[in-house]
Ligand binder design. Sequence first.
Ligand code: UDP
Ligand code: MG
Length: 307
Amino acid sequence: MLSVIIPSYNEEKCIKSAYNAIYSLLYENNIESEFIFVDDGSQDRTYEMIKELSEENNNVTGLHFSRNFGKESAISAGLSAINGDCAVVIDCDLQHPPEKIIEMYHLWEQGYEIVEGIKKARGREKKLHSIGAKIFYSAISRMAGFDMANSSDFKLLDRKVVEVLNRMPERGFFRAISYWVGYNKTTVEYDVKMRIDGESKWSTKGLVKYAISNISSYSTAPMQIVTALGSIMLIISAVLTVWTIIDKLVGRSIEGIPTVIIITIFIGSIIMISLGIIGYYIARIYEEIKGRPKYIISSFVKSNNNK
Ligand code: UDP
Ligand code: MG
């Protein structure tokens, strides 16, 4: 059985059409399925739609979060609730083409444990988003040491892999964590479609925050940059010291005040940036060490299987 995990945040208009589109396709291809909708604390009627769906059908589970915890948490919750032999994570807005699930499923049957969806074209997104995504992925690819460009959350995972992910306590980054675990992988390319309804839930500010938190969860390079900057500053100041002493000996020392000011400001700013970066990592350690749950499920519904 295939478990279809659909994180949904304010998607009242998309729930039923997503279910119908995906279910009919799986049914035609004789793939037994269950659907897990994770309502990430929506303010609209998303959860009511999921409830209706689970009454009308016999393979729908709905989890409702007590507030918005973010897509990553919604994916985690979905992964912990599967009963299938493999699971696919797909967006509710059908920007990930459902036909590809069939292709992924067949690859899984051939023995692949992770089938990654790779974006061929990035649909029509806001200009800033696509530039942002480009910078983000080239930075994180370089720092974290694997190619992240064009990867997405659209993936099919074998149950074994899901169990490994479920055992990881850290607040992960779903697309990267599935690289980290290893396993036998392959990819499927897809074109990003237009949303079927509603609007993207990402604000530019949200995307920037997401980028920073994900770079810091996969890489300590920013902290190493601090060390490197510090060393460069040390060398520069050594040179300047020698220079100042020579000036003093030659009797030219009064001018130089501007240099002092420039250096003070420069060092001050580097120290402040460095403290900021270190502080950021400490904040992350603090977040993890508190060990709070990644999400809170305030209610859930499950179809009656004997329908
Ligand atoms: N989503 C979520 N929680 C959030 C934001 C988004 O579960 O806080 C879901 C959303 O319902 C959708 C998927 O994540 O199924 C992708 O979101 P969206 O389409 O807004 O992002 P984009 O496609 O623009 O990257
Ligand atoms: Mg979308």
